[in-house]
Design a protein. Structure first.
Length: 276
């Protein structure tokens, strides 16, 4: 077992223990017959990191001596793949967002953020399933707030209905005003009310204006070109995730897809931290 893989598992286990202790939730067997939830969460982190199925990750982890020792599980004590599958959706989305925030803190983020959106494919399911489940939306719109110093993802918003960038941008930006001092975004986030809200929270908006009149050119010219130029870090984070984990989500239910994207972003953050 490589040192890098075990370092990732140690970091994921530490993060899972810390977060599960702060926000107790029923992750394993609701009747209390299962083992602590942080062990389930660690296996989910490892599953995404190794790009494995539920069955594969149970088989592989049970054969890794140091992982068994870290999780304090015997080879025969690992959960069944179906148990691990069900435990994934028992964790509320708010808890997964907590894991994402904690993973970003490990990367030692700075004070400047960039916001951008991309799309992830939902068409990995069979055509028969899509027709039977009446699934017409083939992509998920994902908006991310990225720290430009570490390229860590601070927050993530997922939607199957493709809301306008000004709507998702407002939601993501205003719930993270305590983490950033300035925010860069392209013309899709051109909204004066969003700028005013950011300024009222002490955040400097670097949102490019759409060009309707001459004064819009003047507004864009006054933007801090060095800070605004770091907006591409958000695109870099999306590119790295799609190259590393693929451009598609695999779960069938929309709420599992949202959780999978947030978990993938947290795994990406932990991998970034290991590179530092």
């Amino acid at each position: 077992m490589s040192k890098l893989l075990f370092r990732f598992v140690k970091q994921a286990a530490s993060l899972a223990q810390k977060r599960c202790a702060a926000s107790p939730t029923a992750v394993s067997d609701p009747t209390g017959n299962g083992f602590p939830g942080w062990k389930h969460v660690t296996l989910h982190f490892l599953r995404v990191h190794m790009d494995a199925t539920y069955r594969e990750i149970v088989d592989w982890a049970s054969e890794m001596d140091r992982v068994r020792g870290l999780l304090q599980l015997a080879r025969t004590a690992f959960p069944a793949p179906s148990t691990l599958y069900r435990s994934f959706e028992r964790v509320p989305m708010s808890i997964w967002r907590g894991f994402l925030r904690e993973s970003a803190n490990i990367c030692d983020p700075g004070s400047h953020g960039a916001i951008d959106a991309t799309f992830f494919d939902r068409e990995t399911a069979s055509r028969h399933y899509q027709y039977r489940s009446d699934r017409h939306i083939r992509t998920l719109k994902t908006t991310a707030l990225v720290d430009t110093d570490s390229c860590a993802i601070l927050d993530l918003h997922c939607s199957a209905h493709w809301p306008h960038d000004t709507q998702t941008g407002r939601r993501v930006a205003l719930r993270n005003t305590g983490k950033i001092e300035s925010l860069a975004g392209d013309k899709g986030y051109d909204d004066q009310s969003l700028r005013d809200a950011l300024r009222s929270e002490g955040v400097r908006p670097l949102l490019r204006h759409r060009l309707f009149a001459a004064y819009d050119h003047a507004h864009n010219a006054r933007l801090d070109s060095e800070l605004y130029g770091q907006r591409w870090m958000a695109e870099t984070a999306f590119s790295a995730i799609k190259r590393r984990f693929g451009p598609a989500v695999h779960p069938r239910a929309w709420y599992r897809e949202f959780r999978e994207l947030v978990l993938t972003a947290a795994v990406y953050n932990l991998e970034q931290a290991l590179k530092q």
